[in-house]
Design a protein around this ligand. Structure first.
Ligand code: HMG
Ligand code: MG
Length: 304
C-alpha cells in the first residue's frame, strides 16, 4: 500500500441516514446536525435531497434545511438531485454541488426512481447541461455495484459500464454504492481494477459502503490498497435505503475515522466531535447509534 496520506471522508448521514428515519426529524435538528458535522472537520457534508417529497417525506424540508445551514468556509455541501425539477429546486435553495444517482441494475433503479438505468441518463442530460452552465460540481452514484436486493449478485462489467458512463456524462467523481452491504474485498479490487483499466483515475472514484454484513471496513482497507482516498460514511452509522429491503446503515463515520487515523491517514476530522453530533441526534430519534467505535467511546467515558 502507498504510504498514508490524506483521505477525504464524505459525510452522508444527514441525507442517506435521515431519509430512512421512521419519524420526521425536525428541521432545526437536521440543520444543527449538519452544522455539528462540519464543525467536527468533515470537509464534505451531503446535506439533503431534492427528491420527490412523496417518495421521501423525511426530507420534504430540504429547501429550508439547505438554505438555513450556516456554511463553513472550505466545506462542501452537496445535495442529491434525481431530475431537472430537483435541480431547479436545489439551485433555488443555493446549492453549488449536486449528486446524481443511478444503479447497476434496472429493477432497483425502477423501484428507487421509477426509471430504468437507461432512462435515468435521459433525466440527467438536462441537469448536466445546467450544471455545466452554472459551474456546479456533479458527483455520480452507482447503486447495487456488488449486489442487488432484487437481481442478486451483479456482473462487475455492468457496474463498471454505468460508472464509466457517469464520468463520460460529466461527473467529476463517481461513488460506488454497496447499497445492501453485500460486497467483499475481492469484489472491491475487481471493480476498482476494471475501472482503472478503462482509464479512470483512481482519485475520481469513491466508495459508499453500507455495513449490513460487517464487511464495510474490510472493503475500505481493500479500497485503500487500490488507491481509493474518498470514502462515504454516516455519523453513528445512520441510514439505509427505503427502496433497498434489508439495507442497514452506512459504514459509520466514527468506525471509519478510527481505522483511518489508526493507520496513519489524515482526515482533519475530530472523532469525538462526530460522536457528540451522533449523540445529540440520537436524543431526538430515540435510536442509539449503531457505530461500534461510538459505543466504545461511550463506555470509556462512563468509566471515567
Ligand atoms: P416520478 O413519479 O417518476 O416523477 O418519480 P414524475 O416526473 O413523473 O413526477 C411525479 C410527481 O413528482 C410530479 O408532481 C412532479 O412534480 C413531482 P405532481 O404533478 O404529481 O404533483 N416531482 C418532484 N417533486 C419534487 N422534487 C423533485 C420531483 N420530481 C418529480 N425532484 C422521482 C421520479 C425520481 C422524482 C422519484 O422516484 C424520487 O424522488 N425518487 C427518489 C428516491 C430516493 O431519494 N431514494 C433514496 C436515495 S438513493 C440512495 O439512497 C442510494 C445511495 O445512497 C447510494 C447507495 O447506497 O447505493 C445514493
Ligand atoms: Mg446509500
Amino acid at each position: 500500500m502507498t504510504p498514508p496520506g490524506r483521505v477525504t471522508v464524505v459525510e452522508v448521514g444527514p441525507r442517506d441516514g435521515l431519509q430512512n428515519e421512521r419519524g420526521f426529524v425536525p428541521t432545526g435538528v437536521k440543520v444543527a446536525f449538519v452544522e455539528a458535522l462540519a464543525d467536527a472537520g468533515l470537509p464534505v457534508v451531503e446535506t439533503t435531497a431534492f427528491v420527490s417529497p412523496r417518495s421521501i417525506p423525511q426530507l420534504a424540508d430540504s429547501a429550508e434545511v439547505y438554505s438555513t445551514v450556516r456554511k463553513r468556509p472550505g466545506v462542501r455541501y452537496p445535495v442529491l438531485v434525481p431530475n431537472e425539477k430537483g435541480m431547479a429546486r436545489a439551485i433555488a435553495a443555493g446549492a453549488r454541488e449536486i449528486s446524481l444517482f443511478t444503479a447497476a441494475t434496472d429493477t432497483f433503479n425502477l423501484r428507487n426512481t421509477n426509471a430504468t438505468v437507461e432512462e435515468s441518463f435521459g433525466r440527467f442530460a438536462p441537469v448536466l447541461v445546467r450544471a455545466k452552465a452554472e459551474g456546479i460540481r456533479v458527483r455520480g452514484y452507482v447503486s447495487t455495484v456488488f449486489g442487488c436486493p432484487y437481481e442478486g449478485r451483479v456482473d462487475p462489467a455492468k457496474a463498471v459500464a454505468v460508472a464509466k458512463r457517469l464520468f463520460e456524462a460529466g461527473c467529476e467523481e463517481v461513488s460506488l454504492g454497496d447499497t445492501i452491504g453485500v460486497g467483499v474485498p475481492t469484489q472491491v479490487a475487481d471493480v476498482v481494477g476494471r475501472l482503472r483499466e478503462t482509464g479512470v483515475p483512481v482519485d475520481r472514484i469513491a466508495l459508499h459502503l453500507h455495513d449490513t454484513r460487517g464487511t464495510a471496513l474490510a472493503n475500505v482497507v481493500e479500497g485503500l490498497r487500490e488507491g481509493i482516498r474518498v470514502f462515504d460514511s454516516s455519523a453513528g452509522g445512520l441510514g439505509g435505503c427505503p427502496y433497498a429491503p434489508g439495507a442497514a446503515g452506512n459504514l459509520s463515520t466514527e468506525d471509519l475515522l478510527y481505522l483511518l487515523h489508526g493507520m496513519g491517514f489524515e482526515t482533519g476530522i475530530d472523532l469525538s466531535m462526530v460522536a457528540r453530533a451522533s449523540r445529540v441526534l440520537a436524543e431526538t430519534t430515540g435510536r442509539p447509534p449503531v457505530s461500534r467505535v461510538y459505543a466504545a467511546l461511550q463506555g470509556a467515558s462512563e468509566k471515567g
